[in-house]
Design a protein around this ligand. Structure first.
Ligand code: PAF
Length: 514
């Protein structure tokens, strides 16, 4: 473990370290297990090297704040960072980090809308200071990934935006909040608390958690009164409330109604400490909608993504295939809605997870898991899925399955028709030639005859056309969906990208995942 005090030492260490990604954990020191968990996350890739910085940044403290007395304990920090597995600790002085002085420094100003709420409103200039120092550190360290705690949620949102807006080539990874056994979020500022204050402080996580529990499975929650009630509970517990606010976790804009995953955040004074904490309010567990054209790799990616995040995998494509199989085995004309409709009346379509995690599909008691992947079913599924009666029946069933949330659904109108309020909408796509190549590989692996590439491409283009021009539920990208083009990406890379997108919207506190 190396201690680097200057920019020159940092640069020399950068050059001398072994290859592999460089992962960076910026801190203000007084390290505790919460910081150590960031270092663990940063070091979870065995090829990575982890650098921690310790710098009490004067730019982010207001004139009446605790810059002077902020705990400084470099020796203990070195031990703590080394124990957690960091390779180096960068601890520059103020003069080393800002050699031209603070007056002359170029400063960054995060978007006003992200600063007008929560801590930004109460601590003017704070996030300008945070953004400025983090940009400066990123410039010096030039890491591949930046690890930040979800505990400081507003800071995380602002720094993600900074990286995006400046086009910085670094991945931002948010890590779960660590708590003491009695629920208090770990923070360097907990050190200021007396034992009596420490006791009082537990009211903050307790009442936040109770507020979140009260929202589950409820509709129509007015967030104004909920915030007021919480503030009075905190005051009654002997804390001085700075704010209690409910906002959209991503845009940080105030919310009046519980219309989706909502950040309920509070800041209180407890003796000499200003403590912040938050929870996430939701009336159901999160839903992810993955749409996109046929053959873009949705099933493989969605299945693995669901497993990674411990979400239920709802394969709606398999449901349409199962109905297509039923149509073919009932001897009715797949093109005639009037012939198909009666089959839906007593339809018993089940998706279940077998031992080992694979999904089984049964229709009216027949296990059709393999049969629905045949070229015959593939050839007719678009025709069957275009009937209004089929869409209505299956959309109803899917929405019933999604009432409690906690699932990822894959299909072609999930984000638009089935779950328009999904927390994350992905439009997973790939070029026609890439999809034809993958389809040929898949057919060969499963022992089916492989048509000419040109024919496969034509089939795929034809299916895209059918799916996107049909009258009922055409394939369209939801306005708020994020397009992910998978050409040239490994499955693992796509899954990793989706996990990152999920974590930007759904923090570990709201859905810990697998
Ligand atoms: O979260 C912190 O400790 C600080 O705000 C950071 C990100 C290290 C910038 O000084």
């Amino acid at each position: 473990m190396e201690l680097l005090r200057s920019r020159a030492e940092l640069e020399a260490w950068r050059r001398s370290r072994a290859g592999g990604p460089l992962h960076f954990v910026p801190t203000m020191g007084a390290l505790h297990p919460g910081h150590q968990s960031l270092v663990h996350a940063a070091g979870s890739d065995p090829a990575s090297s982890v650098l921690v910085s310790v710098f009490v940044n004067p730019l982010q403290f207001g004139p009446q704040e605790d810059f002077e007395r902020y705990p400084r304990c470099l020796d203990a920090d070195l031990t703590c960072a080394a124990q957690a597995g960091a390779q180096a600790l960068f601890a520059p002085s103020v003069a080393e980090l800002y050699p031209e002085g603070e007056q002359e420094l170029t400063r960054l100003m995060p978007a006003e809308s992200l600063q007008q709420v929560l801590c930004g409103r109460r601590r003017p200039g704070h996030f300008n200071g945070v953004a400025t120092v983090v940009a400066r550190l990123l410039g010096l360290v030039r890491p591949d990934a930046l690890f930040l705690g979800e505990k400081d949620w507003q800071q995380l949102v602002i720094l993600r935006r900074l990286v995006e807006d400046l086009g910085l080539p670094v991945q931002v990874v948010g890590c779960p909040t660590l708590r003491e056994p009695d629920g208090l979020a770990m923070s360097s500022r907990n050190r200021y608390l007396s034992s009596e204050g420490r006791q009082r402080a537990t009211a903050l996580p307790l009442h936040l958690r109770q507020a979140a529990e009260a929202c589950l499975q409820r509709r129509e929650i007015n967030l104004g009164p909920l915030c007021q009630d919480l503030a009075s509970q905190l005051e009654q517990a002997g804390l001085v409330v700075d704010y209690v606010e409910a906002v959209c976790p991503q845009s940080l804009q105030p919310r009046r109604q519980l219309t989706g995953l909502t950040l309920l955040a509070a800041a209180v004074h407890c003796g000499p400490s200003r403590l912040i904490d938050h929870t996430f309010l939701m009336s159901r567990a999160p839903i992810v909608a993955i749409d996109g054209p046929a053959g873009a790799g949705k099933s493989t990616v969605t299945r693995a993504f669901a497993e990674r995040l411990a979400l239920i995998y709802l394969d709606t494509g398999a449901m349409y295939r199962a109905v297509t199989w039923l149509v073919q085995h009932s001897g009715v004309d797949a093109r005639e809605a009037a012939q198909v409709a009666p089959l839906l009346e007593n339809l018993d379509l089940q998706l279940s997870t077998a031992a080992g995690g694979s999904q089984r599909v049964s229709v009216n008691g027949h296990d059709v898991t393999e049969a629905i992947r045949s070229p015959e079913v593939t050839a007719q599924v678009s025709v069957v899925a275009a009937h209004g009666c089929v869409r209505e029946a299956l959309t109803r069933q899917q929405q019933a399955m999604g009432q409690r949330g906690g699932l990822v659904a894959e299909g072609r109108d999930i984000g638009t028709a089935v779950f328009p309020d999904a927390e994350l909408k992905i439009f997973l796509t790939a070029t026609v030639s890439e999809r034809a190549r993958r389809r040929a590989l898949d057919l060969a692996q499963r022992g089916f005859e492989v048509p000419e590439m040109a024919d496969l491409e034509a089939q795929i283009a034809e299916r895209d056309h059918l799916d996107s021009t049909r009258e009922v539920a055409p394939l369209t990208q939801a306005e708020d969906a994020i397009e992910v083009i998978t050409d040239g990406l490994s499955i693992e890379a796509v899954i990793e990208q989706l996990v990152q997108l999920f974590r930007q919207r759904v923090p570990h506190d709201a859905w810990p995942g697998g």
